[in-house]
Design a protein around this ligand. Structure first.
Ligand code: AMP
Ligand code: MG
Length: 498
């Protein structure tokens, strides 16, 4: 490998889809590309670099022009993807307005990843946008998506952020940047809606076949491929939502164009993590109705899946009534998958495993009453579960509350019952809890401080925060401040001005 070069092995299978799905489009070169951050472990796992070269030396040797689109890897064939979407309930034709797909990196083991530039200039889908992105929001996407990855949650990731040397005009003038985004693919619910809106059955079928080959090869040969695909997407989305709810993640813009068909978290805009437990929590300044509030997320995911089912309708059955029935049935299973998985996840957060006798109701009551107590007492979602995981909880501070000690007695009685079975012990419960309850989440005030410094070129706080977030389940020395919610208690608000 040449120093400074990366070992790209790009293919372009997406462009084999009907042309309606994309427009070939070059990134617009920028004035002064500078690499701000580069993801060495990700580069290594993509087969882009070996890790024998010292990270600092490799960073210095990397050519920033490759991370803004001023230069492109040899086999790239950039294109902007077309899609549609329900944005806060309203249907619009969209498309990559400020992104291009550079190509698909194929690793030695045959895994395929989209490489996309976000913020790389206008495309035919830009509408009135400038095609650009500001440094702060691109660093934000990099940081939060890496945090999600480390939490074990499927997500797109950031390979690099490079500044452009050009201003971007938002509420204020900001530094421009390009994020190199890596995804299993960027195909969305909205990609299907796009084909359906154009009443292009062939395109729709081609997209079903492509996604099955690329993401769900075990479904190849299914009797009704579109139905099999719908069922699978329902399942992976239910699993994703359970993960979000496990760590208190609020996506903020769960529009159908921001729901990935392969079950990855995608498009980090005004997302944030909940501090004190409240299902009504909303951080995004544009979500006036609380449509995408923490507790609404599973319902909104199901609503989005219904839009997917509608888009696929003509492929579900030749008879429209039967097709509608199939669609309803498939999407209806979301609630079943989600409820069951959520319950098992919450049990795990409390160190509980199913016992031989039926303890479902008892466990549900335990979970519900803890959540009700947390909400009434504004208890921090992350820290409460983590405190319970430590086994050294003292009934002081918030926990001196009578309601809490009563709940804890019941919980401990349930655990004692569990420990009577030889395969279960306080140690195994604790290990289970500690694997599901993070110590560190990206605390809103720390993220804001890191981005503020990053926007001026000072990456120290960003890198320090990123380092802590890379091992979210592991207590790290001298990192207490990373566990604390915002001491100022000012309600947090996130903005979509990305
Ligand atoms: P988002 O809310 O980030 O999911 O974006 C919704 C749509 O707006 C997508 O089609 C984006 O490509 C497009 N978009 C967002 N920001 C810009 C921008 N600055 N310039 C052009 N298009 C944009
Ligand atoms: Mg989007």
């Amino acid at each position: 490998m040449v120093m400074g070069d990366l070992n790209w092995r790009l293919e372009n299978t997406y462009s084999q889809l009907p042309e309606t799905f994309y427009t070939r489009c070059q990134p617009t070169p920028v004035r002064d590309p500078k690499l701000v951050i580069f993801n060495h472990p990700l580069a290594h796992s993509l087969g882009l670099s070996d890790d024998s070269v010292d990270e600092a030396r490799r960073f210095a040797a990397l050519n920033p022009a490759f991370f803004t689109g001023n230069d492109l890897p040899a086999q790239s064939a950039p294109l902007a993807q077309a899609y549609a979407g329900h944005q806060f309930g309203g249907f619009t034709i969209l498309g990559d307005g400020r992104a291009v797909l550079v190509g698909e990196q194929v690793t030695e083991s045959g895994a395929r990843f989209d490489i996309q530039f976000k913020g790389s200039g206008p495309t035919p889908y830009s509408r009135r946008g400038d095609g650009r992105a500001a440094l702060g929001p691109m660093l934000r996407e990099y940081l939060i998506s890496e945090a999600m990855h480390a939490l074990g949650i499927p997500t797109t990731r950031g390979l690099a952020v490079a500044s452009t040397g050009e201003p971007v005009f938002r509420k204020t003038t900001e530094r421009g940047a390009v994020l190199t985004r890596v995804a299993a693919s960027h195909i969305r619910v909205g990609t299907y809606q796009y084909a359906a809106a154009r009443q292009d059955k062939n395109a729709l079928q081609a997209l079903v076949d492509y996604v099955i080959t690329r993401h769900y090869p075990d479904l190849a040969g299914a009797d009704k491929p579109a139905l099999a695909l719908l069922n699978r997407v329902v399942q992976v989305q239910a699993e994703l939502l359970v993960n979000w709810m496990r760590v208190g993640f609020i996506h903020g813009v769960m529009n159908t164009d921001n729901m990935s068909i392969c079950g990855e978290t995608i498009d980090y805009g005004p997302c944030a993590f909940m501090d004190h437990y409240d299902p009504a929590t909303v951080f995004s300044s544009i979500d006036h109705q609380g449509r995408y509030a923490f507790g609404n997320q599973p319902g909104m995911a199901q609503w989005n899946l219904l839009r997917l089912a509608e888009a696929l309708l003509q492929l579900l059955d030749d008879d429209e009534d039967i097709a509608i029935e199939r669609a309803k049935e498939a999407v209806g299973t979301f609630a079943k998958h989600y409820d069951q998985d959520w319950f098992e996840m919450m049990r795990g957060k409390l160190g509980l495993v199913p016992l031989i006798q039926d303890d479902t109701q008892q466990d549900r009551a335990l979970i519900d009453s803890l959540l009700a107590w947390m909400q009434a007492n504004r208890a921090d979602y992350t820290n409460t579960f983590r405190d319970l995981s430590l086994g050294t909880l003292t009934l002081s501070g918030l926990y001196s509350d009578k309601g809490f000690s009563h709940w804890r007695q019941q919980w401990q009685a349930r655990l004692t019952q569990q420990y009577q079975q030889p395969q279960h012990s306080p140690q195994s419960s604790q290990a289970l809890m500690q694997s599901l309850n993070p110590v560190y989440i990206p605390r809103n005030h720390l993220v804001e401080a890191a981005l503020k410094a990053g926007a001026t070129g000072e990456m120290g706080p960003f890198n320090a925060l990123l380092t802590v977030l890379m091992q979210p389940y592991q207590e790290q020395p001298d990192c207490e401040r990373y566990q604390q919610p915002d001491p100022s208690n000012v309600p947090h608000q996130t903005f979509c001005g990305t």
